[in-house]
Design a protein around this ligand. Structure first.
Ligand SMILES: [Zn+2]
Length: 325
């Protein structure tokens, strides 16, 4: 499918501006790369493009809403095949993740999410769903505060007291709803993030809140990754807000923040809380102004982002003014 024919998963328009291209080659899998990157290139060449020795992906911004992705986009089937393949080939890394579930950093992260949810859940909350949260480690603070915590993920819960309801939302009972839903670092992986946000709204009780957190990577400029398999959606505050409003949520809060990556470095993230209200929500795409600003930041943006992710912005700024890394 050519870029002209693919529609934006948020606004459904086909109005792309090309911002870069990335080339990947099958023979690079033999090079001295980190194991993580090799596993993802294995997906690219042995699951998604088994007949190709090289793959070119086109990064594009939607002129209507500012959403950034690469084209051709992987389908739901591609992404299912990716997770099946990785679950068969990468067992060791899952074991490593489980072992960090009780670390101080993970507990602090959980407390942070709890604070953001409780600050916006005006009429309180007891039942909480962690959607896509791996082993449910983000529920640590929620359990400590006496919440009933449910996990929907392929992983098994690492914390005692977290109930696993299934691998996917389809396994939840239709009538089951939650006071609060946490969806952290999931939307950037999905073929249809808007549809998933709608599902999350449907599983919220009226007046319940949905917390969404995604990485904010656009200012790294495309092609953003050493491999294109992991993240397929690149958000800004504007596009997170638009996605949540399009799903029928009232956006109560939407900010730029930073997140300690499990590997130790800090990355920029967008955090947002929406509420399920009875009123119809008007969602209007706000154009691609914020995305453009992030792709071509001025001094003001550097200062703003340096407050959030100082190490990374300093690296980027050094690159721009020609200092070596
Ligand atoms: Zn769009």
């Amino acid at each position: 499918m050519s870029p002209d024919e693919e529609v934006c998963p948020l606004c459904q328009e086909a109005n792309w501006q090309i911002i870069g291209e990335g080339d990947w080659h099958r023979d690079s899998m033999a090079a001295d790369l980190p194991e993580y990157v090799k596993q993802r290139l294995d997906v690219l060449f042995n699951v998604w493009y088994p007949k190709s020795d090289s793959v070119r992906l086109t990064y594009a911004v939607c002129r209507c809403c500012g959403f950034v992705t690469y084209l051709p986009r992987p389908t739901n089937e591609d992404l299912d095949a990716k997770y099946r393949h990785l679950s068969q080939t990468v067992k060791a890394s899952h074991g490593a993740e489980v072992s960090t579930a009780g670390s101080d950093r993970e507990k602090e992260r959980s407390r942070l999410v709890y604070r953001h949810v409780s600050a916006h859940a005006a009429d309180g909350f007891k039942s909480v769903l962690d959607f896509g949260g791996g082993d449910g480690r983000l529920m640590h603070a929620f359990l400590a505060e006496g919440c009933d915590c449910t996990l929907v993920d392929y992983a098994e819960p690492a914390l005692e007291g977290v109930r696993k309801a299934g691998n996917t939302l389809d396994e939840l009972k239709n009538e089951e709803t939650f006071d609060a839903i946490v969806c952290s670092h999931v939307m950037e992986h999905l073929a249809d993030p808007l549809q998933m946000t709608r599902h999350l709204k449907d599983y919220s009780r009226p007046g319940g809140v949905v917390y969404i957190e995604v990485p904010m990577e656009i200012w790294k400029r495309p092609p953003i990754h050493s491999e294109p398999v992991t993240h397929v959606n690149f958000f800004t505050r504007s596009t997170v807000r638009f996605m949540m409003e399009s799903a029928g949520l009232t956006v109560l809060w939407c900010v730029l923040g930073s997140h300690h990556h499990p590997l130790g470095h800090r990355t920029a993230v967008v955090r947002a809380v929406g509420r399920r209200d009875e009123a119809q929500i008007k969602a209007r795409p706000s154009g691609c102004g914020e995305t453009e600003m992030l792709l071509h930041p001025g001094l003001r943006e550097y200062v703003q982002y340096a407050r959030v992710v100082p190490e990374t912005m300093w690296r980027r700024m050094k690159g721009r003014i020609g200092l070596s890394h």
